[in-house]
Design a protein around this ligand. Structure first.
Ligand SMILES: Cc1ncc(COP(=O)(O)O)c(C=O)c1O
Length: 361
């Protein structure tokens, strides 16, 4: 059994979350009806604490999904007419490209422009065709550790005011501050920076998206999870048509409440930056490894990808397992020459300090 996991999802779970799970069992929350006042209250608390934690602007609404995958799908189906409109995807690596594959599987006419491995796009030089309805981007590419800068989102919003902009924030949401006013749809799942067990996703949309989704009801296969079928129940009772993951909804509310009490996203982001700086120092001192993403301005603060030769990577994993620690492995092409370290809020500075012993002996 491991003592610490640096895997970039599912995340390490803190003892506070384990206590919340025990509390949910003791209070019989796992058995309540999702149509009961008790559920409404619990879900309202989660939505309120999450909106407060994310500093969500007015006009945005939060929906539960089963995962980021469902968020990918619903973001497309809610904004883009499958028969006549197009989506466009900027590929930074495996996950952003998977979103394009989902568009393809749904039958969309889609475009994909991918950057070379572990590099960030120059957003100003990407030619998004003028007839695109929805532009899909990834805020933090978990496979390579490339991130978008705030100014990239500012640029995209001003360059594409008519298009819908949908952003995958799966491995950054919760750990760093995001300006939600800069896009129309945002999605993530809770097993990354929110430090919770997998099984719940969140889709956040503005009123433009909701209006468009309503207009697409008889055109797109919105299916059981289409936003027009969710919005009224969610708005009036914080309920979902399907039986939701009550435990995860409860845990998310508790996590956000706890973080709001200690200073909200500002404080958590401060901790993220502190741990990032610590690892940056270790990597600078090391002669055996380097960051996969060379440019610090576009290097993820939440999923840190390191590169070394195969032997060093093997040694690091062996050393880690001697300490009962899991390191994230490299992804795709850099599986054997990469290590990924999750800098999620549930992995504390105390945990980070052990990396000195493991990575660079
Ligand atoms: C950036 C990104 N998007 C989407 C996903 C898919 O998440 P889920 O498995 O919760 O659907 C992941 C999973 O690692 C991810 O890292």
């Amino acid at each position: 059994m491991h003592s610490i996991t640096f895997n970039p999802g599912p995340s390490q779970i803190t003892s506070q979350v384990y206590n919340d799970i025990r509390h949910a069992c003791d209070e019989k929350l796992l058995e309540i009806s999702h149509r009961s006042p008790r559920f409404n209250e619990l879900s309202e608390k989660t939505i309120t604490e999450l909106a407060k934690y994310l500093e969500l602007p007015d006009g945005y609404e939060i929906f539960y999904t089963s995962s980021a995958h469902q968020g990918w799908e619903q973001a497309l189906l809610s904004t883009t007419n499958i028969q006549t409109e197009k989506t466009f995807h900027i590929g930074l690596g495996s996950f952003s490209e998977k979103w394009a594959k989902i568009a393809d599987r749904l039958g969309y006419d889609f475009g994909l422009e991918s950057v070379p491995y572990a590099q960030a796009p120059d957003y100003q030089n990407i030619e998004v065709p003028s007839d695109v309805t929805t532009l899909c981007v990834c805020h933090n590419e978990t496979s390579t550790g490339v991130r978008m800068r705030d100014e990239d989102l500012v640029y995209l919003r001003s360059a594409y005011p008519e298009q819908f902009i949908a952003v995958d924030i799966t491995s950054s949401a919760g750990a760093v501050k995001i300006d939600f006013s800069l896009a129309d749809a945002w999605l993530f799942s809770v097993q990354k920076a929110f430090g919770l067990p997998a099984g719940l996703g969140i889709l956040i949309v503005n009123q433009r998206v909701l209006e468009k989704a309503r207009s697409l009801q008889s055109i797109n296969p919105l299916g059981a999870f289409g936003l027009p079928y969710q919005e009224e129940k969610m708005r009036t009772k914080f309920q979902t048509p399907a039986t939701p993951n009550v435990l995860s909804i409860f845990l998310l509310g508790e996590q956000c409440e706890r973080w709001n009490k200690i200073g909200g996203i500002q404080e958590i982001e401060r901790q993220t930056d502190e741990k990032y700086a610590y690892l940056e120092c270790l990597v600078k001192k090391s002669e055996k490894s380097e960051f996969l993403v060379k440019n610090p301005a576009v290097r993820s603060r939440t999923v840190m990808a390191l590169r070394a030769n195969e032997e060093i990577v093997k040694q690091a994993h062996t050393k880690a397992s001697e300490h009962n620690i899991i390191l994230g492995s490299g992804y795709g092409d850099f599986k054997s020459t990469g290590i990924r370290i999750a800098n999620f809020p549930s992995v504390g500075m105390k945990d980070f300090k052990i990396l000195e012993k493991i990575l660079y002996l």
